[in-house]
Structure formats: C-alpha cells, structure tokens
Design a protein around this ligand. Structure first.
Ligand SMILES: N[C@@H](CCC(=O)N[C@@H](CS)C(=O)NCC(=O)O)C(=O)O
Length: 208
C-alpha cells in the first residue's frame, strides 16, 4: 500500500495537493472521485465531503489531513528531506503568506468570482478588506522577489503559486507583471509539470 491515499477530482483544488505530493516526493495512490458519487471512505474521512482529502497511512495508524494549505504544510513537515520547509529566518514570510493565501486571497478571489461585493463601509470587518487591497499587498510582496521567502522555493510557493496560477488562468486575478513573472517561475518546477501532466491527461481522457 502507498503511504498516502489521495482523494481527488482532476479539475479541482486537488491539483494543488498533487503538486505538493510531487514536490515532497511522497509515495501516494490517487482515488478519483465523481462529484455525484463519493466513496464512503472519503465521506468517513472528511465530513465536508470535499477534495482534496489525504489519508496518511502512518506506522502508528491512519491520519486524515484536509485543506490544501494544511496538506501542503503537512507534507513539507513530513518530508524534510525535500527541502521545502523554511529556515528560521524565513519562517515569518512562510507562515504569513501561506495563511494569507488560504484566508484573504482565497476569500477575495472567490468573492469576486461569485459577484459578492463588500458593502460600503464594511471593509474593516472583511478579513481581506477588499479585492484591490489584497492584490496590491500580494503584488507588493512579489515585486523584486523570486519566491515567497526570497531566493529559496518553499512549500508556501506551492500553495500561493497555485492560487495565483489558477487565478491568472481563469481571469479571477489580473496578469500584473509581478504575478505573471512569478507564475513563469512556478511553471518551470519539475514537480509542477509532472503533477499537471497527470491531471491534464485525466481531464482529457474524461472528455473523450
Ligand atoms: N478549503 C478547501 C476547499 C476544498 C474545495 O472546495 N474543494 C472543492 C473542489 S475545488 C470540492 O470538493 N467541492 C465539492 C463540494 O463542495 O461538494 C481546501 O482548501 O482544500
């Protein structure tokens, strides 16, 4: 049995977890899930009934990890040999932008895609403030940096990079030069290419 069972749908946030699995060099087996027919093992593991869901078959027993950012962080921790963890001096940037991507950025982009507007005068209550403020903050950070932590790629780039990659692809994030340059670097990662190739082939096969 593989070390990890990975429940996914090829055209979903599962792509983030697959890339993280490849970056970590993890031994995994995927279980492809249909939107309308979820296997009972997935429902038992994740009451949100969402993908990606990962079960780690640890020697002490199975552990369930969900939430793309959580999956990325867990895999970086469990596979230190892959070199995706931050050094001490990089930890503030690593945690800051990992959580920024999972909170404000995801909220800003999803709200925009759904057509939800923060009511006048209520930005202070919305964690992301506004779509523009969120993107301006991110752009300011990425300008003049190769990666979230500066010169070194870490697992924070898998999660943040996936959000930006997806946003540029679907038009929910504008192609500002700092975002486009970051994604150009992201797309050169061997693990990104390997994971993408698997999901792209699965999507193509499903279309017939
Ligand atoms: N917060 C979750 C979101 C996961 C999520 O929304 N997955 C979608 C696919 S992209 C899903 O499983 N949707 C099916 C449903 O909600 O029924 C994460 O970061 O992993």
């Amino acid at each position: 049995m593989a070390d990890y069972t990975f429940f996914t749908v090829p055209m979903s946030r599962g792509q983030i977890a697959r890339w993280a699995l490849h970056e970590a060099g993890a031994d995994y087996a995927h279980v492809l899930v249909e939107w309308t027919n979820r296997p009972p093992e997935l429902i038992a593991a994740n009451p949100m009934n969402k993908v990606p869901t990962l079960i780690h078959h640890a020697p002490e027993g199975d552990r369930v990890i969900t939430e793309c950012a959580g999956i990325c962080a867990y895999l970086a921790d469990l596979h230190p040999e892959a070199g995706l963890l931050p050094h001490d001096a990089e930890k503030a940037d690593y945690y800051r932008w990992l959580f920024f991507a999972a909170g404000p950025l995801e909220q800003a982009v999803v709200s925009r895609a759904m057509g939800w507007e923060v009511p006048e005068g209520r930005q202070g209550m919305a964690g992301f403030g506004s779509y523009e403020r969120t993107l301006d903050a991110l752009e300011g950070w990425l300008e003049g940096r190769d990666w979230v932590c500066g010169a070194r790629f870490t697992m924070a780039d898998v999660y943040l990079g996936s959000q930006v990659d997806w946003g540029l692809n679907f038009g929910s994030i504008p192609p500002r030069p700092a975002f486009a340059a970051y994604i150009e670097r992201i797309q050169k990662r061997e693990a990104y290419k390997a994971a993408k190739a698997i999901d792209s082939a699965l999507i193509k096969a499903a279309k017939g």
